[in-house]
Design a protein around this ligand. Structure first.
Ligand code: 5GP
Ligand code: ZN
Length: 136
């Protein structure tokens, strides 16, 4: 993926503030952080998003995300963490190279990452659970 910004970072063609690296994974600070220490964890190989990333790589990346989260707690004094991965433009994904946001949270940090609750009936819940189950 010649034009992909995260591939360019993985190849060392664009600089980054690196936090972690191994043969498969890379983690660096988000250039426009939502909070102090906001880190992105991604595969060096290009996959579009979580749904197309091979399972073994996916599980490795989440292990790395766990290490980052632990370090944000022990080193930055984070009191909470949001782990987010966007899939597709409708979810807000802007860089189409799979990445996991590991966002440290601090008491009263004022960051709003809310999921506004909606009312839903039992019938719809049953149908939705059934539909998703059929796809697994
Ligand atoms: P998305 O919206 O795709 O889930 O998240 C993409 C993230 O990548 C954004 O938070 C954005 O700030 C970050 N980002 C985009 N371009 C660069 C870059 O060149 N370097 C770094 N470090 N982060 C970037
Ligand atoms: Zn890429």
């Amino acid at each position: 993926m010649d034009s992909c910004v995260f591939c360019k970072i993985a190849r060392g063609e664009i600089p980054c503030y690196k936090v972690y690296e191994d043969d498969i994974a890379l983690a660096f600070l988000d250039i426009n952080p939502a909070n102090k220490g906001h880190t992105l964890v991604l595969p060096k190989e290009h996959f579009r998003d979580m749904t197309t990333c091979p399972k073994d790589i996916l599980s490795h990346l989440f292990s790395v995300a766990q290490l980052i989260a632990q370090a944000q707690i022990s080193q930055l004094g984070a009191t909470g963490i949001n782990v987010i991965t966007n899939v597709g433009a409708s979810s807000g994904q802007s860089v189409m190279h799979f990445h996991i946001h590991v966002i440290p949270r601090y008491d009263n940090d004022g960051l709003e990452l809310s999921l506004p609750p909606q009312k839903i009936g039992e019938h719809d819940l049953l149908l939705l659970a059934d539909s998703i189950r059929k796809g697994i």
